[in-house]
Design a protein around this ligand. Structure first.
Ligand code: AHR
Length: 675
């Protein structure tokens, strides 16, 4: 039984289950009706800077606060190193002092890098330096080459600086190198740090730059990269890229979510200042309680797509920010529309165009393919009701220049009670719910008005149970929900779960917890990562997907009682019966496969009679993939990352009618071979 607090409900449930005893549930796959296409872009990914998704997450940079702008009052992430009698101090320098006597360069490198950290070494026999704690540690692995770089300005030419990765207890230097300062003014230095083969992986380490030479040293843009996915400079963590690649997604929705909008106009995603060399990226405030470095900027999002061989789904800022700032449609909105057109040109334009040329200059002459573009995010929150006008102004301008682009509205007109004057081709809908709610509404799109309503992009959805990553119960709710999207994959053309990533570091005495949003798909710390049960449920749904929807008729489907939640109790809602089994089937006519997905949300083993009806022939053997938990709360974690993973076995005895039993709390895929 799943969490059912009251006895009456338990009795009702027993009654419901007993009531169906003796009647084996039956699923009839009707191949007379399997001609509706599955959208080839049904399953994708959604991303934004939340939960340290990039800084302290996917973006492989290991130095926290590398340009010292995270906190105007203190050099967060940095500390002074004084060893063996070293003497000195570190100071955050936020402004350019006048009359620097010994050289002309300023404390600001340029308009983007305006803050630096000054190290003063005043004597002593030992070393003095600065240390960076990384994002909850610096990950140290054996036989690994790390690329370190930084800018220094100094009054002490010839001073040697030692660059190292060291254990937090100070006993081990994992890798180290040295540079000798050759100039006074701002100069970039780069070294490689290589660990030995006998190093035990750890994140209990930090990065140090130190010297014993008396003098003053100003630092900026201090960077340390481990090897990255596809060895991209300024690239991504390999383990997280691999987890995504394994899901076989088809697109990436970016840059948000709320991160697109920002809290205010001034903190929206500033795509133009996320381009080019890191020296030109000032970062921006973000909207999830920490600053974004923008090291993972617009081009890096696009290259992320390129690396996964998927399509970008770009969302453009549409004149509304989270705290209610909005721009009225009309002349005031024009600059924002122009900015979106520039952005689209950066993504898709030829190198003869202004922004296509900028992309080429940034290292990517080839344009990216773009089909759909989203106008804003969750504009149903805009109390001014300006979205109708804003959407239309953006769409008109975009379609004038790019008639092939489909503009996605963030408001479903029929759903949210707002009218969009000219119907959008596609609407973005978001669902964050409990497992019960997902299961109860799994038939949501069965009831959708196919004739008059726009196509659907379920641009954010998740069963929110378990934290920081979701548990088995959430995976069951997710899988039930996915059966509904997949069964209607002619109208639900795209979908992506959110949030994708979470850094799972908990609150400590000196730092808040790393995540802002409970119930996320993929968890990690500095050195390890894991997929939640929801991750594996999605991976199964994505990996076993045909190109045609097969109609399935279910009979004698067992039910469970769903208790109302607190809000519903207050509203007088009564317990109700909802299905305990969910199912969907697709057919791959090119690879001669049938994929039947069955979700058993109950705590009982569930035998099911499966009937293949119509013009189809199957071989006697197939494959069964099962994801199951010991109970609804069962889960994966950083210490037990593979507790719940799909297990694949060969099955036999397949014929036009056969019986399979589905484990309690399980998500199942049966793959059949046709001929
Ligand atoms: O996924 C987390 C947030 O939920 C997104 O940023 C926002 O679009 C939604 O409200």
């Amino acid at each position: 039984m799943r969490k059912v607090p009251c006895i009456i409900t338990a009795l009702l449930l027993l009654f419901a289950i007993n009531n169906l005893k003796g009647q084996t549930p039956k699923l009839t796959l009707d191949f007379n009706k399997s001609n509706v296409d599955v959208s080839p872009k049904l399953y994708g990914l959604m991303t934004e800077e939340i939960n340290h998704s990039y800084d302290g997450g996917l973006y492989a940079e290991l130095i926290r606060n590398r340009i010292f702008k995270d906190n105007p009052n203190s050099p967060d992430g940095w500390s002074l190193v004084l060893d063996r009698g070293g003497k000195g101090s570190i100071d955050l320098i936020g402004a350019d002092p006048l009359n620097v006597p010994w050289e002309q360069s300023r404390n600001s490198i340029n308009d983007a890098l305006t803050t630096c950290l000054k190290l003063t070494v005043s004597g002593g026999d030992g070393r003095t330096g600065l240390a960076n704690e990384g994002f909850w540690g610096i990950p140290v692995k054996p036989n690994t080459i790390y690329k370190a770089s930084f800018y220094v300005k100094t009054d002490t030419i010839g001073a040697p600086l030692v660059v190292s990765i060291e254990s937090n207890d100070g006993t081990i230097t994992y890798a180290s190198s040295q540079v000798v300062l050759s100039k006074k003014g701002w100069t970039k230095y780069a070294v490689q740090l290589t660990t030995n083969g006998d190093v035990k992986p750890t994140s209990s380490a930090h990065f140090v730059i130190s010297t014993s030479t008396v003098g003053s040293y100003w630092f900026n843009l201090v960077s340390l990269f481990p090897p990255t996915y596809h060895n991209r400079p300024n690239g991504n963590r390999t383990d997280l890229m691999q987890l995504m690649a394994d899901m076989k997604p088809t697109f990436l929705r970016f840059p948000g979510g709320n991160f697109l909008e920002g809290d205010y106009f001034g903190s929206r995603f500033p795509w133009k200042t996320t381009l080019g060399p890191l020296e030109q990226r000032p970062g921006h405030p973000g909207c999830w309680g920490y600053r974004a470095s923008d090291g993972l900027g617009l081009l890096e999002f696009l290259e992320w797509c390129e690396d996964l061989k998927i399509e970008p789904l770009l969302a453009v800022y549409a004149g509304y920010s989270l705290r209610g700032d909005h721009v009225e449609p009309g002349p005031l909105l024009e600059p924002y529309v122009a900015d979106a057109l520039d952005e689209i040109e950066y993504v898709t334009g030829p190198i003869t165009s202004k922004w296509g040329a900028k992309r080429a200059q940034d290292g990517h002459p080839a344009p990216f393919k773009l089909t759909d573009i989203e106008i804003g995010n969750e504009d149903w929150f805009d109390k001014s009701l300006s979205y109708d006008g804003r959407f239309n102004q953006f769409r008109t301008a975009i379609n004038q220049k790019y008639p092939q682009l489909r503009c996605i509205s963030t408001i479903a007109d029929f759903d949210r009670g707002k009218v969009v004057s000219s119907k959008p081709e596609m609407v973005d809908e978001h669902y964050y719910r409990t497992a019960w709610e997902m299961e109860e509404d799994a038939g949501h799109y069965d009831r959708y008005n196919r004739l008059t309503s726009p196509k659907v992009f379920v641009g954010e959805w998740a069963t929110r149970e378990g934290a920081p990553t979701t548990n088995m119960n959430a995976a069951l709710g997710d899988a039930a929900w996915m059966t509904g999207m997949e069964r209607n994959a002619d109208i639900v053309q795209r979908s992506c779960y959110a949030p994708l990533f979470v850094n799972i570091n908990p609150k400590t005495d000196h730092s808040p917890r790393a995540w802002q949003w409970d119930s996320d798909l993929i968890g990690y710390n500095a050195i390890n990562s894991f997929g939640s049960p929801s991750y594996y449920a999605q991976k199964m749904f994505n990996n076993y997907l045909g190109n045609k929807i097969v109609s399935v008729i279910g009979e004698y489907i067992p039910t469970q009682m769903r208790n109302p939640n607190k809000k519903e109790i207050a509203a007088g809602t009564l317990p109700k019966a909802i299905p305990a089994l969910f199912y969907v089937a697709t057919r791959d006519t090119k690879r001669n496969k049938i994929f039947l997905k069955v979700v058993n949300t109950s705590g009982t083993l569930q035998p099911v009679t499966i009937i293949l009806n119509g013009p189809i022939r199957v071989t006697g053997n197939g494959t069964l993939v099962v994801l199951k938990g010991n109970g609804p709360d069962d889960t994966n974690s950083i210490d037990n990352p593979k507790n719940i993973v799909p297990v694949t076995t060969n099955i036999s005895g397949i014929k036009k009618e056969f019986i399979r039993s589905f484990a309690p709390y399980s998500v199942n895929v049966i793959e059949l071979n046709t001929y």
